[in-house]
Design a protein around this ligand. Structure first.
Ligand SMILES: [Cu+2]
Length: 127
């Protein structure tokens, strides 16, 4: 019985752990933007991937930037981590961000398309 409980707990943690992987979809100005990770979010270094499509075509000539920040809190200063997207062979942009602590981080994802327009997405993540 004890073994069964331990097994169930392990399974539960495994499921909870995989839920920490990020995958969000947003639409802005006719673009579809998917922001995702391939690993659960952690305090420290994280790789984010951004896929931008318009009319089902991948947009691979945009300039992508992300800023994650945590507002000032009692006893804690404002914190932020900024990154620039690097285009990968698969047409996604990779960004690296380092989080100094767990909690809720707001983010602003921006991308500039070759027509000069800047598109913005606001949301937040939890880690
Ligand atoms: Cu904080």
């Amino acid at each position: 019985m004890k073994k069964l409980i331990v097994l169930l707990m392990t399974l539960l943690f495994a499921v909870a752990g995989s839920a920490d992987m990020l995958e969000t979809n947003a639409k802005v100005d006719g673009y579809e933007v998917k922001l995702f990770t391939k690993k659960p979010l952690v305090v420290g270094e994280n790789a984010f991937f951004v896929k931008i499509t318009k009319d089902s075509n991948a947009v691979t000539d945009a300039k992508v930037k992300a800023k994650f920040f945590m507002p000032e809190m009692p006893g804690m200063p404002y914190m932020e981590t900024k990154s620039k997207g690097k285009l990968q062979k698969d047409g996604t942009y990779k960004l690296n961000n380092n989080f100094s602590m767990g909690g809720t981080w707001q983010y602003r994802l921006k991308f500039k398309t070759k027509d000069g327009q800047v598109h913005k997405i606001k949301s937040s993540i939890n880690l």
